[in-house]
Write a protein that binds this ligand. Structure first.
Ligand SMILES: Cc1cc2nc3c(=O)[nH]c(=O)nc-3n(C[C@H](O)[C@H](O)[C@H](O)COP(=O)(O)OP(=O)(O)OC[C@H]3O[C@@H](n4cnc5c(N)ncnc54)[C@H](O)[C@@H]3O)c2cc1C
Length: 423
């Protein structure tokens, strides 16, 4: 059954050079870079805070590495807010302080920010995206800009514009599982264990922790990933797990949230019983944004694949350099690492590059892809989805947009050497 909406006039707001949709690590970077490059930039975010998975998703830490000026600035500024100096590493995240860091950096750069606003459609002319339609408390509105950067993670803007994509794994469309991050307090951090990867085994008096978790936790939970937070006594848990979730469907998001929530208390009971240092732990908070790892992969002028990464291929038309991480594929049908994933076994230490073409949708003009929705294979995505790399992608997208705006050209016409000069 279908219902035809009545046609109606909505308010149109014009005059922006660049609109960035989504304020995750890539959106923050894209908006700051675009603003600092002199473009009138609007950042639109559906949540009530900036940062996406890095903050609202209650993320533990930045993993992997990359050469990026903005990433260094974010780490430095966030680190200065850390009350317990020297306790956690510089990549450990305090979500509230990181939000404040982002607000300050956006404000200093002169980015206009619009929270609580969902981008629900695009305005197109011929094959060019020239604006977005939003829904919010203010009603339905239209915003126009010269360039739109899609940092929504799921690539909602590119999807609404009809850009070519596939979901998840090439052979069957399966996507990485979802996780609701949460924190526990009351941990004796001097004695506590911090298994930071699926392959970190912890022997205890009662048995090996990962094996115990697999047996005891409610399926598909079953692995132990615990990370120091910036606050002694508080630990970030990346342990809830829901498989077969399509993060572009509200029903699946609701199921993921419900399933992950139902696992939180059994996980805490497990930790109290089996994990040294966690005997008196209790839940202090959970993310207000479910963690979706993978959804749409768009087709760009270029597509990065796993061989490019494993062999650290150097693209002359790079816009991201010295990107480093492993193939972090979570088990698509249960807990732990997927058999296609490679963490400890990933030995390539030399960083790889991402070419500009991965950010440019193959047919749609006026639009740049950024963050985890750029053009890449399922396996490559398991690597470049790491937040430092997403920051660097966003920085490149912001730089490319600013050149396109100044020269009044399309993203596909931008000279990559000019982007490189801005990075
Ligand atoms: C559970 C989990 C654990 C992870 N662990 C780590 C880790 O330890 N270290 C690490 O480096 N990386 C980790 N990652 C990966 C990393 O967090 C993401 O890949 C990264 O945040 C992607 O950045 P992004 O900017 O592309 O998108 P996101 O961070 O997903 O941000 C997208 C933003 O767009 C907004 N948005 C979406 N659609 C719309 C719309 N239609 N209108 C308006 N706004 C919209 C969202 O609300 C969100 O704020 C993890 C991911 C998950 C899910």
């Amino acid at each position: 059954m279908f219902y035809t909406e009545k046609e109606k006039k909505i308010e149109l707001i014009e005059g922006y050079d660049v609109i960035v949709v989504g304020s995750g690590p890539s959106g923050i970077a894209a908006a700051i870079k675009s603003s600092e490059s002199g473009c009138k930039t609007l950042l639109i975010e559906k949540c009530g805070a900036v940062g996406g998975i890095s903050t609202t998703g209650m993320m533990s830490h930045f993993t992997g590495n990359v050469r990026s000026n903005l990433y260094e600035r974010i780490l430095k500024n966030a680190g200065e807010k850390n009350v317990f100096k020297g306790y956690a590493s510089r990549v450990t995240i305090d979500p509230e302080m990181l939000k404040n860091t982002y607000y300050e950096m956006l404000s200093k750069a002169g980015t206009e920010l619009l929270l609580y606003t969902f981008v629900c459609d695009v305005i197109t002319e011929d094959n060019r995206v020239c604006g977005v339609i939003t829904e919010s408390k203010s009603g339905r509105r239209a915003y126009k800009a010269k360039i739109i950067i899609d940092c929504s993670g799921d690539g909602d803007v590119a999807f609404f514009a009809g850009a070519e994509y596939f979901k998840g794994r090439e052979e069957d469309g399966k996507m990485q599982p979802a996780t609701l991050m949460f924190k526990v307090g009351g941990v004796d951090t001097d004695r506590a264990v911090f298994p930071g990867s699926f392959e970190t085994e912890v022997e205890t008096e009662k048995g090996e922790l990962q094996s115990l978790a697999k047996k005891i936790l409610p399926y598909p939970a079953g692995h132990v990933l615990l990370y120091k937070s910036t606050i002694p006594g508080t630990v970030t848990c990346n342990m809830t797990n829901c498989v077969d979730v399509d993060g572009t469907k509200a029903e699946d998001l609701t199921r993921a949230e419900t399933v992950c929530r139902s696992q939180m208390e059994p996980i805490v009971e497990f930790l109290r019983e089996y994990a040294p240092g966690y005997e008196k732990c209790y839940i202090t908070g959970a993310a207000s944004l479910i963690g979706i790892r993978e959804t749409r992969h768009f087709k760009g002028l270029k597509t990065i694949n796993e061989t490019d990464i494993a062999e650290a291929r150097f693209f002359d038309d790079w816009v991201v350099r010295d990107a480093y991480f492993n193939f972090d594929v979570h088990n698509l049908t249960g807990s732990g690492l997927d058999k296609t994933g490679s963490q400890k076994k990933f030995t390539q230490k030399k960083g790889y590059t991402i070419p500009y073409g991965c950010l440019v949708p193959v047919k749609t003009d006026g639009l740049l892809l950024s963050g985890r929705n750029i053009s890449g294979t399922h396996m490559a995505h398991s690597n470049f989805r790491a937040m430092p790399i997403c920051v660097a992608i966003g920085e490149a997208a912001g730089a490319a947009a600013s050149i396109a705006v100044k020269k009044n050209i399309q993203p596909r016409e931008v000279n990559v050497a000019e982007i490189q000069n801005l990075l």
